[in-house]
Design a protein around this ligand. Structure first.
Ligand SMILES: Cc1cc2nc3c(=O)[nH]c(=O)nc-3n(C[C@H](O)[C@H](O)[C@H](O)COP(=O)(O)OP(=O)(O)OC[C@H]3O[C@@H](n4cnc5c(N)ncnc54)[C@H](O)[C@@H]3O)c2cc1C
Length: 319
C-alpha cells in the first residue's frame, strides 16, 4: 500500500493540509503525536479567525473532529516519525518515501507534507512546569491581553524577548525584561523602544533560578551577577521568550534547513529542496508563527502536492 501523501503533524498546518488533500481525493495518512499543536496549552485563543475566543483544548478538539470527518484520510496517533528514506528505484521516476515511526511501523507515500512544528525553549527551573498556563506563558502575541494592568516579567534579551516586552507594555502595568547577558542583544531599534518605554525596566546579567507562587505565579527568584546576590521580584505573569526549536531532526538530512533548523521552502508552493517533499507552518522558515498562517500554509502545501502528483507519470499510471 502506498499513500499519495503522508502528512507529519496534527497542528493547524497538518490538519488544514489533511482537509484539502482529502477534498482532492488523495489517499492520505496523517501521522502525529497529538492533535491541536502548540497552542493546545493556551488558556484562550482569541485570534483564530471565526472564533472570538476558544480554549486551547477546544481548539485541538475542533481540529481533530474536522480531520476525522474526512474520507480518504487515515490517522496514526499517537505516533512519532523518527526517520525517512527515499524508496529505491530510478530517482527520475520519483518513487516516493518510506517513513518510520517510534512504534517501529513503516509507511510509504509518493509525497510528504512535513508540519511537525516546534517546541518552545524552556527555562528548566523549578516552578516552570507547575505554573505553565497559570502565569507562565510562552507567547506574548497570544496571551498579552490576559495580563492587563498586571506586573509581568519577560525572560530573554534577544529579538523575541524585546518584542514581547513591547507587546506587553501595551497591556501590563509594569514589564521587567530580564536578560542573562550583560546587555540586550536584539534589534537596535527595538532596544531603543524598550529603553525609552516608561513601563519597561531592564534587568541585565541575571539568571532566573525559580518561579514562585501558590495557585498562580506570584514572583520569581533570580541571581544578580552584578553583585552576586539572589533577589526576589514580585510579578503575576512570566513570559519565557528564549526562542524555539524546530522539530526537524528526522528530516534534516533530506532537505535544506536554515541555522534554526527550520525547513527552507518556496513560500508560493511549500516545496522544499527535495522534489516530492513539501512543508508547512511553524517548521518552515515562515517569519510569522501563528495558527492562521500555519493553516494557510498547510492548504498551499496540499494543493501543491496535488499539482505535483498530476504531473508525475508514475502516479498517473497507478491511479
Ligand atoms: C503557549 C502558546 C500559545 C499560543 N497561542 C497562540 C494563539 O493564541 N494564536 C496563534 O495564532 N498562535 C498561538 N501560538 C502559536 C501557534 O501555536 C503556532 O504558530 C502553531 O501551533 C503552529 O502550528 P503548526 O501546525 O505549524 O505546528 P505545531 O502547532 O507545532 O504542530 C506540530 C504538530 O506535529 C506533531 N509532531 C511533532 N513532531 C512530530 C513527529 N516527529 N512525528 C509526528 N508528529 C509530530 C505535534 O504533535 C503537533 O501535532 C501559541 C504558541 C504557544 C506555545
Amino acid at each position: 500500500m502506498i499513500y499519495d501523501t503522508i502528512i507529519i503533524g496534527g497542528g493547524p498546518a497538518g490538519v488544514a493540509a489533511g482537509v484539502y488533500s482529502a477534498r482532492k481525493k488523495l489517499k492520505t495518512l496523517i501521522i502525529t503525536e497529538s492533535f491541536g499543536g502548540q497552542s493546545t496549552v493556551a488558556e484562550n485563543i482569541e485570534n483564530w479567525i471565526g472564533a472570538k475566543k476558544i480554549s486551547g483544548i477546544e481548539f485541538a478538539k475542533m481540529l481533530e473532529e474536522h480531520i476525522r470527518a474526512q474520507e480518504n484520510v487515515e490517522i496514526k496517533m499517537p505516533e512519532n516519525v523518527v526517520d525517512i528514506k527515499e524508496l529505491p528505484g530510478d530517482p527520475t521516476a520519483r518513487a516516493g518515501w518510506e517513513v518510520t515511526t517510534d512504534k517501529n511501523n513503516s509507511y510509504q507515500a509518493r509525497t510528504l507534507i512535513v508540519t511537525s512544528g516546534g517546541r518552545r525553549r524552556r527555562l528548566n527551573v523549578p516552578g516552570e512546569d507547575k505554573f505553565k498556563g497559570k502565569g507562565v506563558a510562552y507567547c506574548s502575541t497570544c496571551d498579552a491581553p490576559v495580563f492587563k494592568n498586571k506586573s509581568v516579567a519577560v525572560i530573554g534579551g534577544g529579538d523575541t524577548g524585546l518584542e514581547a516586552a513591547i507587546d506587553l507594555a501595551q497591556y501590563a502595568a509594569r514589564v521587567y525584561l530580564i536578560s542573562n547577558k550583560e546587555s540586550l542583544v536584539g534589534d537596535l531599534s527595538i532596544q531603543e523602544m524598550v529603553k525609552n518605554s516608561e513601563k519597561i525596566t531592564v534587568i541585565e546579567n541575571a539568571n532566573v533560578q525559580e518561579i514562585l507562587g501558590d495557585k498562580f505565579v506570584s514572583g520569581l527568584k533570580y541571581f544578580d551577577k552584578n553583585d552576586n546576590q539572589i533577589k526576589d521580584l514580585d510579578v503575576e505573569g512570566i513570559f519565557v521568550e528564549i526562542g524555539s526549536t524546530a522539530n526537524s531532526e528526522f528530516i534534516k538530512k533530506l532537505v535544506n534547513t536554515n541555522q534554526k533548523g527550520e525547513i527552507i521552502i518556496d513560500h508560493k508552493t511549500g516545496a522544499t529542496s527535495r522534489p516530492g517533499i513539501f512543508a508547512a507552518g511553524f517548521i518552515t522558515d515562515e517569519i510569522y508563527k501563528q495558527n492562521n498562517i500555519s493553516a494557510g500554509d498547510g492548504v498551499t502545501a496540499a494543493l501543491s502536492v496535488y499539482n505535483y502528483l498530476i504531473n508525475n507519470k508514475t502516479w498517473q499510471k497507478q491511479k
